[in-house]
Design a protein around this ligand. Structure first.
Ligand SMILES: [Zn+2]
Length: 192
């Protein structure tokens, strides 16, 4: 795809296929309007460094999961005939809803919804937001997981692996780093 800039002074069309974008018309020297210039730069930047595939898949997965989980949660809350269990023990609906772990469901729905929305809007802070999930996983394994010390250590060690892979992917993989550099540059351009 390319960007077409038409000079408002001499009506000369300029087809641009890559950066840099000139600030003025090469025919008559008139300045392009700032908004048109910025739009052309942003469009060409977005094409040069598109959203990495895994992030696009994550965006779709998070959106799907949060909607599905919200539907299941609401259905469970309004249906009377459901059966509820905590650690394998059948409990009443009231007892089930008093358990702190039930709070995790709305939190997880909000979190995955936020990740999906922020990835879609190309927010530069999606990196720490996503990494927080893997960090939480390590903490859960260490503090809220199994009762035995050995199991906890094993759990933490196993949870550190996905955290390491996610850190490398988000902060080390060249195309992902380039993508986030573009998002940061766009924020700077918007503020400036
Ligand atoms: Zn011109």
């Amino acid at each position: 795809m390319s960007v077409l800039l038409i000079c408002s002074a001499c009506q000369d069309p300029h087809t641009l296929i890559r950066l840099p974008v000139s600030r003025e018309c090469s025919r008559c020297g008139a300045q392009y309007p700032q908004s048109a210039y910025e739009l052309a730069v942003q469009t060409l930047c977005a094409e040069a460094v598109p959203r990495p595939l895994l992030l696009t898949l994550g965006m779709g997965f998070c959106a799907f999961w949060s909607v599905l989980a919200a539907i299941i949660t609401v259905t469970t809350l309004v249906s009377d005939g459901g059966s509820y269990e905590i650690n394998g023990q059948p409990v009443s609906r009231e007892e089930f809803l008093r358990e702190p772990i039930v709070l995790l469901f709305p939190l997880a729905i909000l979190y995955t919804g936020a990740v999906s929305w922020a990835l879609y809007r190309e927010q530069p802070w999606t990196r720490p937001l996503m990494l927080a999930a893997w960090l939480t996983y390590v903490l859960v394994m260490g503090f809220a997981g199994w009762p035995g010390t050995t199991e906890r250590v094993v759990g933490v060690v196993l949870a550190i692996f996905p955290l390491g892979i996610a850190s490398w992917y988000l902060y080390g993989k060249p195309n992902v780093v380039a993508y986030y550099e573009r998002l940061a540059a766009q924020v700077v351009a918007r503020i400036a």
